[in-house]
Design a protein around this ligand. Structure first.
Ligand code: GLU
Length: 262
């Protein structure tokens, strides 16, 4: 099965652990390789939307904050510093491969307020028609509460995929996919290559991931539930080697595939 064959519009979510070193600084070599592969997909005729984490971590590293920000104010300040750093790097690398990026910072209210939702939808569509690559993050610097926050970029990427009417959501993180038990504690854990009924497997997932990201498997499964129930399939893939996207493009199978319900 070639998962990309019917996919014209794809949303790719990149986690903080994929984008940064253990020091918190941006992993430039990895980001450049990811950008090259995504540029290639865009060149092949696809429309790529990127949902990128990493702002808080990049902000912390940039000013040498020296600790994990604890308070909401600290996190918001770090995100404000790191977001521009992140976009500067994306802009430079995507420009090298001939592409234009566009920043979109979202809050939950954008989705729950009909006029704002419509405006966001139109903006995405216009950018994609113009062959730009929208790069989306939560507007961390101004989102503080339940009304405005998505609860992480795994969930945000699912809503963005819905908003853009994407054909496929690719969630790239530091895990190979969904396992039948926690691979960090059980060496015999097996990768589940395909999930058709997500409710069956919620109980087997757990773990919060690394201390640099916020996602964890439960958030990824919630994202998978949101999109698959809306007819959009999703993959969980390891972003360590971005070229695995070519394996999918060439008709191979990697990671965990969540089939769409309709
Ligand atoms: N928006 C956060 C950041 O850019 C990341 C949230 C997440 O990884 O879920 O740092």
């Amino acid at each position: 099965m070639n998962y990309f064959r019917d996919s014209r519009r794809i949303v790719v979510k990149l986690g903080t652990s994929t984008l940064t070193h253990a020091t918190g600084h941006l992993n430039l070599r990895r980001i450049e390789r990811i950008v090259k592969v995504l540029s290639d997909l865009q060149n092949s005729g696809m429309q790529v939307v990127l949902v990128s984490s990493g702002a808080v971590s990049a902000g912390v590293a940039k000013i040498g904050f020296g600790k994990i920000p604890k308070t909401a104010e600290e996190k918001q300040a770090m995100a404000a510093i790191g977001q521009s750093e992140l976009m500067k790097i994306y802009d430079r690398f995507f420009s090298d491969y001939g592409h234009t990026v566009a920043q979109i910072l979202m809050t939950k209210e954008v989705l729950t307020t009909p006029e704002r939702r419509c405006a966001a939808e139109n903006t995405f569509n216009r950018l994609l028609e113009m062959r730009c690559i929208p790069i989306v993050n939560e507007n961390d610097s101004v989102s503080t509460d339940e009304l405005t926050k998505f609860g992480g970029n795994d969930i945000l990427s699912a809503y963005v995929a819905q908003l853009c009417r994407a054909d496929l959501l690719l969630n790239l993180s530091d895990v190979d996919g969904l396992f039948d038990s926690d691979p960090r504690t059980n060496p015999d854990a097996n990768l589940i290559s395909r999930v058709d009924n997500i409710d069956d497997i919620f109980t087997s997932a757990g773990g919060a991931g690394t201390d640099r990201g916020t996602g964890g498997m439960v958030a990824k499964l919630k994202a998978a539930k949101i999109v698959t129930e809306d007819g959009i399939p999703m993959f969980i893939l390891n972003g360590h080697d971005p070229e695995i996207l070519y394996t999918l493009l060439d008709g191979g199978h990697v990671g965990t595939y969540f089939s769409a319900k309709k």
